[in-house]
Design a binder for this molecule. Structure first.
Ligand SMILES: *Cc1c(COP(=O)(O)O)cnc(C)c1O
Length: 423
């Protein structure tokens, strides 16, 4: 079936959605749940609010991003986007490796069965404890400054281990549209520091085995994504040439968006697909080119898990204030920060929300969906079209599988944490 259009009216469509996945063309494969299936998931979780992540949608999203990546690239998943152990375990057999950026994520990744050779420990400022744990765990580490190069060199000597260093190259973030100005950032080694980092690593027990050129997040335009990726490949090749590097690993970013508000542009999947009618994802490196036999990696978080997750929440109250209909639910910004007024609203529109099993799905009128918190920020959807709902009915936010519970201020107001299940 088709994914419903990204508009308020479409999201509260009269047709009861069938179980399964939406059509991935244009939009991401947003999870569709039949009312009965949604009710069973809420019972399985022991109530609401609950995030439910679909294994079938994870599989479909990985297939999509693979087809939209550099041909033959390995696909890495960044646990930052969703570190739920069930999600990470499901992804361990679907992707080729994981990016981790904390000791907690490192443990989750290893416990999910991903071998240490397929893990990359990233982060712009690593502590001595993190450096030791990463090298002791046998995972590759990104080196993001001369000071970090010295820290890893010293740590490897002290532990009596080698280790694989991946130099993260500072890479500006492209503008959202072709030709727009790039913006600077704090990540990775600046051009002026590269020679020093290479020198320190070469004098250390670590091998300088890779480069990482990550150039940002939440891009939808195939031209912009392709240009950023190709620039990353070119820059990696010229650094390999300049410093005589024998690279085993070159990560050229990911950057594909998760559309989860009604004004977010759809990702141009057709334009990115290597087998589609568009210009495709761009060329991969050749074995006799400057990158030699290096494995090219594309790394993604939100585009893999975002579409796979829904948030189910129960209506606690309904009231009219100054002729505005308020629907108050048991999920708050402490569970779904990305729907709060600190992230959603204004230019990017409203989160995609619908009633799970409305009695009269056709009669739509505007509603403000708010959480239970004593905060004006706890508005989860402003003036969206919803059918009549009553206390005990369920609403479903879709496309919220990334940057959910762990991105939310769960301690705010000392309330219970949101539940999470994988199905
Ligand atoms: C955050 C991050 C990712 C994942 O980003 P998404 O936009 O969620 O795909 C990948 N790689 C690095 C280095 C990151 O910091």
């Amino acid at each position: 079936m088709r994914t419903e259009p990204a508009s308020g009216a479409g999201l509260a469509s009269a047709a009861a959605p069938a179980a399964g996945l939406g059509d991935p063309v244009g939009m991401l494969p947003t999870v569709e749940l039949a009312p009965h299936q949604a009710r069973l998931l809420m019972h399985r979780a022991g109530g609401t609010p609950v995030y439910a992540y679909s294994r079938a949608a994870l599989r479909q999203a990985v297939d999509l991003v693979r087809a939209a990546s550099v041909p033959d690239a390995e696909i890495y998943y960044s646990l930052k986007a969703n570190p739920h152990p069930g999600v990470v375990t499901a992804l361990a057999s679907l992707v080729d490796g994981f990016d981790v950026c904390s000791l907690g994520e490192l443990e989750t990744a290893l416990n999910a069965g991903m071998p240490p050779e397929k893990l990359l420990f990233t982060g712009p400022a690593k502590s001595a404890g993190e450096a030791a744990a990463a090298l002791a765990g046998g995972v590759a580490v990104t080196v993001e400054s001369p000071r970090q190069a010295a820290l890893f060199a010293e740590t490897a000597r002290r532990l009596g281990v080698g280790g694989r260093a991946v130099v993260r190259v500072n890479t500006p973030y492209p503008g959202r549209t072709s030709g727009a100005a790039p913006s600077p950032n704090q990540f990775g080694v600046s051009a002026g520091d590269t020679a020093e980092v290479v020198r320190v690593l070469r004098a250390s027990p670590l091998s300088l085995s890779g480069l990482q050129l990550f150039w940002g997040s939440q891009y939808s335009d195939a031209e912009v994504i392709r240009a950023a990726r190709n620039a990353a490949l070119d820059r990696a090749a010229s650094l390999a040439d300049e410093f005589g590097l024998k690279l085993a690993f070159v990560s050229v970013g990911g950057g594909i968006a998760m559309p989860w508000c009604d004004r977010d542009p759809a990702v141009d999947w057709e334009g990115l697909r290597s087998d589609g009618p568009g210009p495709g994802p761009g060329p991969g490196p050749t074995a006799d080119g400057p990158l030699g036999p290096a494995t090219v990696v594309c790394e993604y978080g939100r585009s893999i898990v975002g579409p796979a997750g829904v948030l189910l929440t129960s209506v606690l109250d309904v009231k009219t204030v100054d002729s505005r209909r308020y629907v108050l639910v048991d999920a708050g910004m402490n569970h779904v920060m990305i729907a709060s007024r600190l992230v959603a609203g204004a230019g990017r529109g409203e989160p995609l929300v619908r009633a799970v099993d409305p009695k009269d799905p056709g009669a739509l009128s505007p509603a403000v969906v708010t959480g239970p918190l004593c905060s004006q920020l706890d508005v989860l959807a402003q003036d969206v079209l919803l059918p009549a709902v009553d206390v005990g009915d369920a609403l479903m936010f879709s496309g919220v599988g990334a940057y959910g519970p762990t991105f939310s201020p769960s301690a705010f107001l000392s309330r219970d944490e949101v539940k999470e299940i994988v199905f």
